[in-house]
Design a protein around this ligand. Sequence first.
Ligand SMILES: *[C@@H]1O[C@H](CO)[C@@H](O)[C@H](O)[C@H]1NC(C)=O
Ligand SMILES: *[C@@H]1O[C@H](CO)[C@@H](O)[C@H](O)[C@H]1NC(C)=O
Ligand SMILES: *[C@@H]1O[C@H](CO)[C@@H](O)[C@H](O)[C@H]1NC(C)=O
Length: 402
Amino acid sequence: MLRRVNFYSICIAFGLSILLILAGSRYTDNNYYRPSPESRSIVEVNLPQLTSSSSNYDTEATIEKIFEKTRAKIQMEMKNYNYSFSGVSKLEDLLMESNGQPIRSIIISTWRSGTTFLGEVLNSVPGNFYHYEPLLKYDIIQIRGAPHADNALKMLKKMMLCDFSEMDDYFKYGKTHLHQFSHNTRLWDHCKFKKDLCLDAQFTSSFCKLFPFQSMKVVRVRLRLIKQLLEDKELNIKVMLLVRDPRGVMQSRQHRNFCQPAPDCWEPELLCADMVSDYVAAGRLLQKYPDRLIVQRYEELALSPNATTHQLLRFLGISPTSSVEDFLLTHTNVEVSGVSSTFRVSREVPFKWKNTLDFNYVEDIQDACKEAMNLWGYKVAHNASQMTSKDFYPLDNYTISQ
Ligand SMILES: *[C@@H]1O[C@H](CO)[C@@H](O)[C@H](O)[C@H]1NC(C)=O
Ligand SMILES: *[C@@H]1O[C@H](CO)[C@@H](O)[C@H](O)[C@H]1NC(C)=O
Ligand SMILES: *[C@@H]1O[C@H](CO)[C@@H](O)[C@H](O)[C@H]1NC(C)=O
């Protein structure tokens, strides 16, 4: 009996997907899908008409199907979620489309400091909408104030509220740089088949509002400016500042062709001035918003990914889920390439610079970064043999003075 029911539901699902594919193929030459509201109901009650010649209608129906499918998927994935962990009682409390308030988080860091990994850890939470590097269009610069700060912050805020209107530059950039969208896996699931969906402000805004968790990563804005977002009651956002040893950062940047010759990315002086500025800002902000800002060194995340992830999730008010455990298991194994201990791999990654950087270059970085390294607890290597020695452990304790 069960088998038979299953068989029929498979048939129905198959039939529906065929209809969807047919519908999808109807709008490929159509950039916009905004028919009048009346047209929607006609299509929905008369599914067979999808194959008719009026392609606008088909697209609208397809969009509705995407929304319905997504709602159902999120509900299923969140079935065992412990909402009390997030301070609410049910899914709707976290959904903008039901006037709820999502859990919003933002990673503030700089290039090559482990944000890709942490961003993906958070994106492994079910029902997460990942605003990946919204400021790519600014290219390789740091935003520390005028002339870009106002616009950039306005943009971050709007996106966190799922308002993608008046963001033509963002979409224009994404049109030729699809990685701006592809890291947002739940969005990309749909627009990899139909790129125009990702370029559509109205679709993106509505789709975004279906998700209980909203995460973002930003490597181009310094923490001092993020105060504005922390103070915003409507946003109700939590911030993670991710910091990494400047020698590790510079080592990693050498292998990225985007970095040179952009001074904000290539000059240790600028990196470390930003690290000092972030330290001062962290002190001030922690005093005012102790439960909204957390500071994390990349090295600790890499050395103990599980414990650190649990700690960060607790801070964000997100219950640990099996999907997060799975992500950590697979992604600490991926780099192992045959060696079974994830511990060993993690230990080596953050300190790779010790054995790959030339000591003269390390000295240059250390000279430029004396204050930053002292504040953030990174030990100076005094000569090449000390640097490469196994006994030299670069991490020291640090405290943030408030
Ligand atoms: C849900 O999380 C809370 C802590 O926020 C805990 O006290 C409670 O036992 C959890 N419930 C379940 C069913 O795990
Ligand atoms: C990860 O950390 C959590 C909390 O500290 C713990 O309960 C869990 O057993 C850990 N998982 C692994 C695989 O070590
Ligand atoms: C390198 O520095 C360490 C620590 O300061 C010191 O003990 C050692 O003698 C130095 N080695 C050389 C070759 O200068």
